[in-house]
Design a protein around this ligand. Structure first.
Ligand code: BGP
Length: 467
């Protein structure tokens, strides 16, 4: 079977991870511009000041994407380029940059898929409380409207937020991302809620503009599976899926938070401050979501949290990956001896993608979905000057197979975006963890080079995934 004609084969990036030009053309500072320079916060002190210089080389990069036959490019817009202090004047140079980038995509028939927020928050807003302060939600809505008006004639696919779970968890529970706060569940749940009301208002505003495109949100998709049939572990997996899936997907797709979690938050005093109007906003906005984006890297194998047993029988996943922090001490994610893992300890499990998609369909019906990220982080082998990233090819091939199977089963998947189109900055792993189809030589002027996977993906697209 070939993939349907309207299925998009794409690849993705994010502003802070590729653009560089951190202080050029009127761009304001972001939380990451500051955070990445605090000693010890990022891998070997790497930061995105230059990244892979996409800001200056986007033409070269998009030309390569076109050569690969890419049908759609998912990129993110840096809020601080558009509105340097997050909430004030518009920076025309920022608008110009994204206008040029979008036009360059369209020149080659590449569908631009724009994410409004991929973690780089204007620093002024971060200093004013960031996502804990509802001012940030309001400022986001203003910024989103500026983007819709500036680019909406050509951008017909919008994602409001990328992976709320990650920037909130790492920002307020583990402290690994800005604002670097540790172990504060009350703030974690508040930040998520503030993001969701910003999302809800932004999609309402988008629909009012009648630009006839589509809008949704991208979530991590990391379904939890019990490690065995023991009732206490199954209960732990249920709990994990409520906290990691339902807590994020329900308010977007059903318009309300899941009861199971709500009750526990109340007991623990973690219920966010919210108003009746905000809860109503979530309800009325839910049917306006055109799709949901899923970033799938791995599932989670879950057991009841039992520290003594855990020390004896399992190695804890220490990657900082989503789902790892069982902050409420009910469940624990574990690595299992019979599973395969990447060099960074992320499970490789295409079957779990299919199984997870079935779970989603059962819970949320026929909602339109895109895989907005999926890929293999690796240190690619270079053999006689060629980047022979065979493990990446195998990884993507297996996941595309699962996607195809899901489509056969009637799951409404409309596209697949590999992470990432080009090697880029990994937030906490620097430049040594590579994901791209295009290699960037950090020792030689950031020159681009096509990897084996580049040619392979080109062929997949040409044949529409027939195998
Ligand atoms: C996702 C993010 C991406 C990207 C990817 C790989 O969570 O949306 O921005 O970074 O994970 O993560 P890492 O670079 O940590 O391997």
């Amino acid at each position: 079977m070939k993939f349907p004609n309207d299925f998009l084969f794409g690849a993705a990036s994010a502003s802070y991870q590729v653009e560089g030009a951190w202080n050029e053309d009127g761009k304001g500072l972001t939380n990451w511009d500051e955070f990445s320079k605090i000693p010890g916060k990022t891998f070997e002190g790497t930061n995105g000041d230059v990244a892979v210089d996409h800001y200056h080389r986007y033409k070269e990069d998009i030309k390569l994407m076109a050569e690969m036959g890419l049908e759609s490019y998912r990129f993110s817009i840096s809020w601080a380029r558009i509105i340097p202090d997050g909430d004030g004047e518009i920076n025309e140079k920022g608008i110009e940059f994204y206008n040029n980038l979008i036009d360059e995509c369209l020149k080659y028939g590449i569908v631009p898929f724009a994410t409004l927020y991929h973690w780089d928050l204007p620093l002024t807003l971060e200093k004013d409380g960031g996502w804990i302060n509802k001012r940030t939600s309001k400022a986001f809505v203003k910024y989103a409207n500026v983007c819709f008006k500036a680019f909406g004639d050509r951008v017909k696919n919008w994602i409001t937020f990328n992976e709320t779970v990650v920037f909130c968890r790492l920002g307020y529970l583990t402290g690994a991302h800005p604002p670097g706060i540790e172990n504060d569940p009350k703030k974690y749940f508040q930040a998520i809620h503030n993001v969701f009301i910003a999302h809800a208002q932004a999609i309402k505003d988008y629909k009012k503009l009648k630009q006839f495109g589509e809008i949704g949100i991208t979530h991590v998709f990391g379904p939890a599976f019990s490690i065995d049939d023991k009732p206490e572990n199954k209960e732990a997996a249920y709990h994990a899926n409520q906290y990691e899936i339902a807590w994020y997907y329900d308010p977007i797709l059903k318009g309300e938070y899941p009861e199971y979690v709500l009750k526990q938050l109340e007991e623990k005093g973690w219920t966010p401050d919210w108003t009746e109007e905000e809860l109503e906003l979530l309800k009325t906005a839910a049917p306006l979501n055109d799709f949901i984006g899923l970033n799938y890297y791995q599932p989670f194998r879950v057991k009841k949290n039992d520290i003594a047993e855990e020390q004896e029988n399992s190695r804890e996943n220490s990657t900082g990956a989503p789902g790892n922090a069982s902050f409420d001490n009910v469940y624990r994610t574990v690595m299992m001896d019979d599973k395969k893992y990447t060099k960074w300890g992320w499970e490789i499990a295409p079957d779990a993608l299919l199984e997870g998609l079935r779970m989603l369909k059962a819970d949320y019906g026929d909602v339109k979905m895109y895989i907005t990220e999926n890929g293999l982080g690796d240190q690619d082998p270079i053999i006689e000057g060629e980047i022979v990233d065979i493990p990446r090819i195998k990884f993507i091939e297996a996941h595309l197979k699962a996607v195809k199977e899901a489509i056969k089963e009637g799951i409404n998947l409309k596209g697949y975006y590999a992470w990432s189109v080009i090697d880029l900055l990994s937030w906490l792993n620097g430049y040594k963890k590579q994901y791209g189809f295009i290699y960037v030589d950090h020792n030689d002027n950031l020159n681009r080079k096509k990897k084996a996977s580049f040619y392979w993906y080109k062929q997949v697209i040409e044949e529409r995934g027939e195998s």
